[in-house]
Design a protein around this ligand. Structure first.
Ligand code: FAD
Length: 392
């Protein structure tokens, strides 16, 4: 087992912009990851299962709903803190970050923003500790980039609704206690429905055969005439804007997280370049290897600046969906490029589990696709700057 020697990299002294609390949060998350996750992450990825014993620890470091207020059992932190935690988790593995992102932005966030007071009291504090886990069902077999076309729907029946349909590619589904499911009502409006494990007709089969995000559990959600109390519908908002606002929060976390994966690849490649000898000198002395490292730290630094500013805008309530979309696309694309270059620098050993790079690279192939594909985010920026819709 390789020792986790990771050190942070801060080329533009961004730490000077962080508060003491931000730095403490980062140290706490980093130490926990190094002690509890780094030693087991390769094995979890090989086995293709999320290490569920980590859930309580994730709750303890504040990774579940970092910005949920203390009155509902959350840590009540700012958006920069949320980003910092996501970065430390993804520095280790995108699957680990995904588990926390889904719980925070796609389960706790909609309950907090759109749930009734009863929903908040019933679920949020248990979700914050990891005692209860959730998942988010938007994507369907025939509706991915176009979730508005969804066919999952419900009909009223007395005090209940009857839910039918199917979702796929749902992170955390195999072990989630509750699912925030987006479905159409009888008027065709999209609403969030809280479906609990154990409701008759509700099943969550695991999806197998992934070569990416292997340390995160992914499944389907199947609704076969599931009777759900009307009281489980999120009353605060309907329409596609509701799930999209959750995606804003999750994409913001991804923008920070992807930098973590890139930093780990850069850190590994930099150390290797100084130690690996070829032609009687360290490979880091060759100009072509230095070019790769120089480009990596330049792109990482640009992404760090972009993301820190986005965090400030989020904290001020000013960040637009299009700004978040740009950061998600840019940073994941950047991390993939860094991972591919770093992988080459490690030579043959770079394809093994001895180094984390190949795992990051494979993980990032999911991250570049989920929460809006790279191309869809290009279209979002295109629409934002031209005012012309190229989606359809
Ligand atoms: C590991 C993993 C975990 C996931 N977790 C979740 C989850 O927890 N909850 C959830 O709801 N979903 C989840 N997803 C689903 C994810 O969000 C979708 O895969 C993603 O939105 C893309 O949808 P799709 O796979 O159906 O691809 P499609 O929408 O079929 O797209 C296929 C290709 O066509 C392109 N394309 C589509 N429309 C256009 C257009 N108008 N113009 C140009 N190009 C276009 C896309 O960019 C893409 O390259 C997850 C996915 C993965 C892989």
């Amino acid at each position: 087992m390789r020792t986790d020697l990771y050190q942070g990299h801060d080329y533009y002294l961004l730490d000077e912009l962080l508060t003491e609390e931000h730095k403490l949060i980062r140290e706490t998350a980093r130490e926990w990851v190094k002690k509890e996750v780094s030693p087991i992450i390769e094995e979890a990825a090989e086995k293709c299962e999320f290490p569920r014993h980590l859930l309580s620890g994730l709750g303890e470091i504040g990774a579940f709903g970092p910005y949920i207020p203390a009155e509902y059992g959350g840590p009540g932190l700012d958006q920069v803190s949320y980003g910092i935690i996501m970065q430390e988790l993804e520095r280790c593995d995108s699957g680990l970050r995904s588990t926390a992102s889904v719980q925070s932005s796609l389960v706790m966030y909609p309950i907090w923003r759109y749930g009734s007071e009863e929903h908040k009291k019933k679920y949020l504090s248990k979700l914050a500790t990891g005692e209860m886990m959730g998942c988010f069902g938007l994507t369907e077999p025939d509706h991915g980039s176009n979730p508005g076309g969804m066919t999952t729907h419900f009909k009223e029946d007395g005090e209940d609704v009857i839910l039918n349909g199917a979702k796929m590619w749902i992170s955390n589904a195999p072990f989630a206690d509750i699912a925030v499911v987006w479905a159409k009502n009888e008027e065709g409006r999209i609403q969030g429905v809280l479906v609990e494990r154990g409701m008759e007709g509700f099943s969550t089969p695991t999806m197998h055969g992934k070569w990416s995000l292997r340390a995160s559990d992914t499944g389907e959600l199947i609704f076969d005439n599931v009777r759900v109390p009307k009281a489980n519908i999120l009353p605060g908002r309907d329409g596609l804007g509701a799930p999209l606002s959750c995606l804003d929060s999750a994409r913001y976390g991804i923008a920070w997280g992807a930098i973590g994966a890139a930093l780990d690849c850069y850190d590994t490649a930099l150390r290797y370049a100084k130690e690996r000898m070829q032609f009687d000198r360290p490979i880091g002395q060759f100009q072509l290897q230095q070019k790769k490292l120089a480009e990596m730290i330049t792109e990482i630094t640009k992404a760090q600046l972009l993301t820190y500013r986005l965090g400030q805008l989020r904290d001020e309530g000013k960040a637009t969906s299009a700004q978040i979309s740009m950061a998600k696309r840019n940073n994941v694309d950047m991390a993939l490029t860094v991972a591919r270059d770093a992988r080459q620098m490690i030579g043959g050993m770079g394809i093994t589990g001895e180094y984390p790079i190949m795992r990051h690279m494979m993980n990032l192939e999911s991250v570049v696709t989920y929460e809006g594909t790279h191309d869809i985010h290009l279209l979002i920026t295109g629409l934002d700057v031209t005012g012309l819709n190229a989606f359809v």
